[in-house]
Design a binder for this molecule. Structure first.
Ligand SMILES: C[S@@+](CC[C@H](N)C(=O)[O-])C[C@H]1O[C@@H](n2cnc3c(N)ncnc32)[C@H](O)[C@@H]1O
Length: 281
């Protein structure tokens, strides 16, 4: 299969910001070319929209070209969108201007590990909600992220993030660790190189325990979703395409199962909804 050969081909490993700078002009093509990415993106937008429904001033971490920021700004939210990829942010600003949304969106070229800078600029507990879709795994560790997000959020505010998961049911069920060892086995040991177009970047895969331990001091858990839960990982998207007319049913079943244990904890990414604690225990 051509996409298995492509997934197994070694690629040059670069910084995530450089890889996304190069990909930015074609980022939207991923959604039209790959049905698994398109499905995950739709599910993510639904979950983020629901989680941020009551929040007005938002912080997005790892916004890319603004797939979700632009949608939420169009619904009346004000957003500070952060990403280390300057080219992605330039495109986000262009798109915001074309849609007449630039008065609702500000961008900052910082990674998740640089969020502390925003406390000096916006003040502590300034944001009503925050989200980070498919981005935090590019940090070498979750490190200071929970503390910094907590400091930026008002007490009781939601934080939704999707993080690359260590155990993926669909990957194991399709035999991916043997078909694409670089991806499948890498995930199981927690360090993986992810293809970003013609390049590759290092990323971390987290266990449930690691994520909960990182966030528990500052946040309570309010929901967990597999993203996707039973649809195969995006580099095996031809399996979904080959299912023909069953694809819609497969995606529908994925949505029904994605919040149910054990599927909620066995997706390719896990969507975590946290709520900022009022004070330290
Ligand atoms: C898969 S894209 C997701 C973009 C967007 N959230 C979405 O869902 O369409 C990952 C994004 O994370 C950004 N990124 C890379 N390293 C990061 C880091 N250390 N902190 C925050 N974002 C990072 C990339 O530049 C890229 O825009």
């Amino acid at each position: 299969m051509a996409n298995l050969r492509a997934a197994n081909r070694p690629k040059e490993i670069v910084d995530a910001a450089d890889a996304y700078d190069a990909l930015a002009p074609r980022y939207e093509n991923l959604l039209s070319d790959n049905p698994v990415i398109a499905h995950s993106a739709r599910v993510s937008l639904e979950l983020v929209s629901r989680a941020m429904a009551d929040a007005e001033f938002l912080l997005e971490i790892g916004s890319g070209i603004g797939r979700e920021t632009l949608e939420l700004a169009a619904r009346g939210k004000r957003i500070v969108a952060c990403d280390p990829s300057q080219e992605s942010l330039r495109l986000l600003q262009d798109r915001a201007a074309r849609q007449g949304l630039n008065n609702r969106i500000e961008t900052r070229a910082i990674p998740a590990s640089g969020l502390r800078e925003l406390v000096d600029e916006f003040g502590a507990h300034a944001f009503d909600g925050s989200f980070s879709s498919f981005a935090l795994s590019y940090e070498p560790s979750l490190g200071t992220v929970p503390e910094d997000v907590w400091t930026l959020l008002r007490p009781g505010a939601p934080f939704f993030c999707s993080i690359f998961n260590r155990l993926c049911f669909a990957e194991l069920a399709t035999g991916a660790p043997f078909l694409v060892p670089r991806r499948g086995f890498g995930r199981l040991v927690g360090k993986v190189s992810l293809s970003i177009d013609q390049l590759a970047v290092r990323a971390r895969a987290y266990t449930t325990r690691e994520v909960l331990d990182a966030f528990r001091r500052r946040f309570t858990l309010a929901g967990v979703w597999g993203m996707p839960a039973i649809v195969p990982p995006h580099y095996l998207h031809r399996l979904l395409t080959a299912s023909g007319g069953l694809r819609t049913a497969w995606e529908g079943l994925d949505r029904r199962l994605n919040s149910r244990w054990p599927f909620s904890l066995l997706g390719s990414h896990t969507g975590w909804l946290f709520v900022s604690r009022l004070q330290i225990d």
